[in-house]
Structure formats: C-alpha cells, structure tokens
Design a binder for this molecule. Sequence first.
Ligand code: UN1
Length: 496
Amino acid sequence: MADLFQNYIDGTWQAAATGKTFASRNPASFQDVVGHFPASGPADVDDAVAAAQRAFDGWSSTPAPERGRILKRIGDLLLARKDDLADAMTREMGKPLSETRGDVQEAIDTAYYAASETRRLFGHTVPSELPDKFNMSIRRPVGVCGIITAWNFPVAVPTWKIFPAIASGNTVVFKPSEESPHCGALLLQVFADAGLPAGVVNLVQGDGTVGGALVEHPSVDAISFTGSTEVGTKIGETCGRLNKKLSLEMGGKNPMIVMEDADLDLALEGVLWGAYGTTGQRCTATSRLIVHEDVHDKLVSRIQEAAEDLTLGDGREDGVDVGPLINEDALKKVQSYMEIGPDEGATLVFGGDTPDDPTLDDGYFFQPTLFTDVTPNMRLAQEEIFGPVLSVLTVSSYEEAVEVANNTDYGLSSSIYTENVRNAFRAMHDLEAGITYVNGPTIGAEAHMPFGGVKGTGNGHRDGGWEVFDFYTETKTVYVDYSGQLQKAQMDNAPD
Ligand code: UN1
C-alpha cells in the first residue's frame, strides 16, 4: 500500500474534509503508485485561507531580512535533500534525474536569490513640489496569495512564486498540480523543517475544484498561475470580475531560427535539448524550427541522425535522455498530431509512434518526432502540442524568419542561431516574445531573471528576477509634511 499524504494547513498535516483521496502514479510505469493524496474541496480551501490570514500580521511585520534568513535555511535544506527530491520528482513526473536535479537546483537558486532581495525591497524618495514636505514610496505585501502550478517543473516553478511572495511578507495557499502532489508535499516538509512559521505557506491538494475555490475566495488577494491557456483564461475572467491581482504564465509555441550563417554544431545541440528535453513538456520547449533554406537539408539530416541516439526510458535509469509523457491524455494528444500533420501536408521524417520496445509498454512513452514541409498556418505550427514533436518551417531571409516566428498567438520564448551580429541584435527587438536567446535554445531560464511572455502567453507580469517583486508588493505612496501648516498641492501656493 502506497503512503497516504495530507494537506498542510496552519502548521499541521490534515486529511481533507471531503475524506476522499486520489492516487499519483509513475508515468514511466503506471503500476507504481507514488502515493495517495487528499482530494480536497472548498472547505479545505476555506481552512487554508483562514490560516494564511491569521499568519499574515505576524509574518508581514517580521523584518524582511529575518524572512530572508528563513528562506536561506529553506535553500540549504533543499540543497541537502536535492538527490532525494530529484528521485521523487522523476518517479512522479518522469523527466530524467539530470533534469530533476536541475529543477531542484533552480529552486535552491531562487531561495538564495529571494533571501538576498529581502535586504533591498527598495522604495523611492522623491522631491515634493511643496516646501518642507517629503515624498516616498514603500512596498507593502499584497496579502494572501493563491499559487496554482503545473507538474512539469513541480519544485522550481512553485518556488518562483512562493519565495518572492513570502520574502515580501505575504502568506500563501499553494495548490500543486494533481499530477505532482508528492513533490508539493515534499516541498512543504522542507518549509516546515526550515522553521517557516505555521500558516505562512499552506498546501491544499486536489484538482480544479480546489484551484477554482481558491481563485473565487474573497479573502485571497492575488493569484499566480502557471498552466494551460484554457485554465488560465478562465482564471483571468474570474479575477477580472473580482478585481483580483493576477499573474498568468501559459502556453508557448516557441520558435528557433537557424540562419544560413549559424554554427550548425551548436544549433544541432540546441535543437535536441530544446525540442526533446523534458520530452517537449515545457512551456518554453522549442516546437518550431525555422530554418534558412540553404542549411535546411543538412540540419534536418543531422537532427535525424542524432535523434536516433536518444535513449527513451525510465528517467531513474542511467543513460536515459527522454522520459515518458505525463499521462494517457497527453499521449493521445501527441498521437492525434500524427494524423493532423500529414493530413495538412507535412512530412513525417522520423518518430511518429510509441517505441517498439515491450519494456516500455507500462509507460506513456513516445518517440522523438520531426515533421518537415510545415507551413506557418498549419495546426502543427500553431498549436501547443506539449510533447517531443518538432515542426520544421523553411524561410529564405531574416525578415521572413521573423515574420514566421511571430505568426503565433503565443509569445513566451524564442531563439536565433546566427553569427551575424546585426541580425542577433535585431532579433532581440523583432521577436515577439518575453524571452529571446541568441545562439542558445528556447529553454534554460535562470532564477534571477524575469520569466514570462507576451501575447497569449501571459498578462504582463513576470515570474522570477526583480520584476516578480512588483507583483507580490503594492506600492504605498507616503507624504510627510513637516511645514507645520496645511499646504495644498496644485494650488499655486508655492513661493514665486
Ligand atoms: C515551464 O515550462 O513552465 O527555462 C518553465 C526553462 C525552465 C522553466 C520552464 N527552466 O525552460
């Protein structure tokens, strides 16, 4: 019998009020049940929000550097548990150990970065238009933050949000994906062991019902969401109706441009990592390869040759490059494009099927796949597939490459491989995306840099970096009048 896990509310582990549970399974071997988790409902959300509200006064008035000291301890504990967390993560969501270690490392880096920012949550001091008066702005925490995240970066991405939120003095109710509840529970155990006070971060496990209740809850002041465009758009409607602060991080259809002057060895490595790393299940995955016609055939045949060497399998085994997809729905979705693509006129060059290997029959594996002859408006070039499927489009100039790259509703990441310094700098401005890599693939965010997208990917906010503190704080404007008399602004009463 696999372990039974609970919610974490007000500093204690508690069963869901519903009394119901759900199972989390290993996508590489679905007989392997990772654990049973509370299938929570609105009553559990109420309890968690009430705990976060109770904790708010104490936590927000704790000096920020003291909050930073606890974040530093959280980072130290994540580091001490890195291998255990990575192993649990691979078992629960499938990506290889080298990648899950990277995921935990990203959380460690975020902890140390957020800890250091607690010593410079700067405001401004500004001259007044009146004599003997002093103007400034300070940052105040927003309140109770609801944090809802996906399963593909089940440790890193929640910490991109939770750490700056608590560094800024907010309290949190965290709802991890129902595909990665174990990672969520392990993260909360780290917080508890590091001495984070009760109620500062609460965990409620479950499906969209929990997320929905959190978004609707009148005492939740802000929501930060990473996940599908469909769910994010619904959350956006609700938060709009309730005037709730919201940060959305949704899909991507990220282009990599390879110009005729590119270093093809470098581009090849970038394509393999960007398109097939994490089995293509990143919102930043390279899913459109936009290649100059002069190097198209050469690059495609080199990708084909190299992709044959990629080993599919259980990410906890040595030498595995590509793990499984997350679940059956994901597998069915990827499979559907194997008909959609050729029907629209694309050519399947390699992959296209589940692996011909009976030892992998118990997992949701799919071969790295590549289509050529893809044109900009095909579904293969427009829809986020979230699997190891790369679509190649051909162009004949820099201008055409940019036009094709921007021909998408999404705008998260983008990349260009070129040795031409002019085009490298032009791309930085021309590509409609929140992130542009020059001579690197579309993936690989660093913890201290802003992360987020434009167009259909987001709503203007950023995770990560210094910008995220603008989301988790409100600006308070303060005027101090020490003139000893009533001075009226805009009243022309200043001395001539
Ligand atoms: C995501 O897929 O939601 O930059 C985040 C990257 C990763 C984060 C991806 N570090 O690709």
